[in-house]
Ligand binder design. Structure first.
Ligand SMILES: [Zn+2]
Ligand SMILES: [Zn+2]
Ligand SMILES: [Zn+2]
Length: 170
């Protein structure tokens, strides 16, 4: 089997969108929302949000701590968790329960229901509104007389980009 260098390079960069646009949009929205709401996007909260937005992969709290340590010697797990709680409250990130990790959200700036498609290969998480699924579920809940506090569906599998990888890279 031959390996084409060009092809390999291509697959090492699966994200074919301009991610710096995602980052600047997400951070801009966060700054704007916090001013509007009169809440403080402190340097540590800002930094944590920026780190989460480094990619579309779900990030664990200890990974955030590791990234912060070189600049902020005083950063402790509690510091990170407080920043994460704030960002969740403001609807700027989501907790991916099944991974115990976090992803950025820029769809609304408030807490909302989500369908999360989690790729087990590249660990990227795609968020989709899936309004049809959500309203079908709401009907189930009504029939069950069940009061829902939060609605998030997490699905694990292989994303479209990884599905198209050659077998030996999957
Ligand atoms: Zn992006
Ligand atoms: Zn979201
Ligand atoms: Zn993937």
């Amino acid at each position: 089997m031959t390996t084409h260098a060009r092809t390999k390079q291509h697959f090492q960069q699966p994200s074919e969108h301009n991610h710096s646009e995602c980052v600047s949009e997400a951070l801009g929205t966060a700054e704007h929302l916090c001013i509007e709401r009169g809440v403080q996007l402190t340097p540590i909260r800002h930094k944590v949000l920026e780190l989460i937005w480094e990619s579309h992969k779900a990030v664990k709290a200890y990974e955030l701590l590791d990234s912060l340590k070189p600049q902020q010697q005083a950063a402790k797990p509690a510091t990170i968790y407080r920043a994460l709680d704030f960002l969740i409250e403001q609807g700027l990130i989501h907790r991916v329960e099944s991974l115990n990790a976090f992803i950025g959200c820029r769809c609304s700036g408030h807490q909302h229901e989500q369908l999360l498609l989690i790729c087990k290969h590249c660990h990227e998480v795609e968020e989709r509104p899936a309004s049809g699924v959500m309203s079908a579920l709401s009907q189930e809940f009504r029939q069950a007389g069940f009061t829902v506090h939060s609605k998030a569906i997490e699905i694990h599998g292989i994303c479209a980009k990884c599905r198209d990888l050659p077998d030996d890279q999957q």
